[in-house]
Ligand binder design. Structure first.
Ligand code: HEM
Length: 467
């Protein structure tokens, strides 16, 4: 069927691309793209901005003008529906805009946000670093040490288009809004598995909360989620319930691939000393214990070895919980995906790896890798720095979403623990045997925070009515 046969409204309805139970077109037109679904483009540039008090009125005019071209959730989904029907259809560039607490203040919206209800957002990431055990902000990459008022995200499958758009933005903002930093991101592609991966080599973006009616829930574990963990009313448009936004966390996380891979091997060698070298797979299983999935996404709680590529997606998917592994000997409690989504693991068990572990809300991840050293998809080369993940996530509360999660993982998660204490890590040897564990091998510190900020994604109508 060709897309021209249906209007955008009909496409959205037919593909059920609305929040479950609510085919609310007005809301989708007001909401920015990339919140309900990843933009899915190959390249994304993140342009960090600062406003100057002397030119604030000009800045508002310029923003109002630029934001009339932002992509709405409605547009993104209608274009995706057209693309599914006609692969030659290109939805073009995605454009989104986010404000930090200092940005709202600089635009003279003092008092719009209440520190009593949005404490983390109002304080900003640098200040909250002490609670999260983040590296001190004076160790961050220089531009991120500065005040950041806003972030513009432009994403496209064609790099040339991004260069052209940046030229337009630079000309438009000239003398009115300062560009503090441009952070480029691009997808990393595993040609063999035909999957988007992160720099340690693992399929990323597999498990996500799903908000759209089109989503069919799994049998054991359902990803269907309520919009309450994602969206809040936009306080800048408090009079209109169809104006919703979401808090966005941005973190530039550098990955030391060489060190990670060497430790995977070392852990594998300790765990499975009886296996002859040729049978390899040792580092692979060790890595799966760290992440909770094998590189191709196979969940280690269900399978002892990675499934063949092109396996039945039903066995590769997200349809599992940890009730089949209450002892943590198939997927350790401290595995990254178990710590960040315990899926019914009793709280007491999670507290064996972090006594302060508390349930929080799921977050909606929308990140993309970066490569500032020219790895260029060469997965045989393992860089020590200048590659990583531009981690982004959306949520209705930073405290109950990202921060709760980061605090939960801090003591034991081998990927993102900041205050890691390796003694909480216990490695099943062999898989599925509750009695034999390797202790005393600390797997940590392969990811370093280089900077970031807390933002809010306002509704589009708010941005179009800047005074
Ligand atoms: C460089 C840093 C990171 C790397 C390499 C990384 C890697 C991964 C991988 C490979 C997966 C499994 C595939 C998937 O379900 O998408 C995953 C899942 C996940 N990660 Fe991360 N991640 C990083 C940072 C973070 C951070 C900072 C958080 C939040 C504090 C986070 C939260 C999650 C969550 C919630 C899941 C899904 C768990 C589930 O529902 O099963 N990740 N990550």
């Amino acid at each position: 069927m060709k897309p021209t046969a249906l209007t955008d409204e009909q496409l959205i309805l037919e593909d059920r691309l609305y929040i479950a139970g609510e085919p609310d077109t007005e809301m989708l037109k007001n909401l920015q793209a990339h919140i309900l679904k990843h933009h899915g483009r190959d390249y994304a540039w993140h342009i960090f901005l600062r406003f100057d008090q002397r030119t604030v009125n000009d800045a508002k005019e310029v923003l109002k003008n630029y934001c009339s071209g932002l992509t709405s959730a409605f547009r993104q989904h209608a274009d995706a529906a057209k693309h599914r029907r006609d692969k030659s259809y290109d939805g073009g560039m995605i454009k989104c805009f986010y404000l930090s607490a200092s940005g709202y203040e600089a635009l003279e919206y003092n008092g719009l946000w209440n520190p009593a209800t949005s404490e983390a957002f109002c304080a900003g990431m640098q200040q909250r670093g002490t609670i999260l055990h983040d590296p001190a902000s004076d160790t961050w990459q220089e531009p991120f040490q500065q005040r950041i008022d806003a972030m513009l995200l432009i994403a496209d499958d064609t790099l040339r288009n991004l260069y052209d758009e940046l030229d337009r933005i630079t000309a438009l903002f000239d003398g009115k809004i300062s560009i503090v930093h441009i952070q480029r991101g691009e997808i990393l592609w595993d040609e063999d598995e035909k999957k988007g991966i992160e720099h340690f080599g693992y399929a990323d973006g597999v498990s996500q909360p799903e908000f759209l009616a089109s989503y069919v829930p799994g049998k054991v574990h359902s990803d269907a989620a309520s919009k309450d963990i994602l969206l809040v009313s936009d306080p800048g448009k408090a009079d209109n319930a169809a104006c919703q936004g979401s808090f966005m966390v941005f973190r530039k996380l550098e990955q030391n691939v060489k060190d990670f891979k060497e430790h995977e091997e070392a852990l594998g060698a300790l765990l499975f000393p009886i296996l002859p070298k040729e049978q390899e797979g040792r580092g692979e299983v060790a890595g799966a214990y760290v992440v909770g999935r094998f590189e191709n996404g196979t969940p280690v709680v269900k399978h002892e070895t990675a499934l063949e590529k092109n396996s039945d997606p039903n066995t590769m998917n997200n349809d599992f919980d940890y009730s089949l592994d209450s002892g943590g000997s198939k997927c350790p409690y401290h595995a990254h995906i178990r710590m960040t989504n315990h899926r019914s693991t009793p709280l007491a068990n999670m507290q064996t790896v972090n006594p302060a572990y508390q349930p929080g809300n799921r977050i909606t991840r929308r990140g993309i890798p970066y490569d500032e050293i020219g790895r260029n998809n060469d997965l045989t080369w393992e860089p020590e720095n200048n590659v990583g993940l531009l981690f982004m996530c959306f949520q209705s509360s930073i405290e109950n979403g990202f921060e709760r999660m980061q605090l939960n993982v801090n003591t034991a998660d081998g990927i993102i623990g900041n205050a890691i204490d390796g003694s909480f890590q216990q490695w099943p040897a062999p898989w599925g045997n509750d009695d034999v564990r390797l202790c005393g091998f600390s797997f940590n510190k392969f990811v370093t925070l280089k900077g970031g900020e807390y933002f809010f994604a306002p509704s589009i109508p708010f941005l179009l009515t800047l005074p």
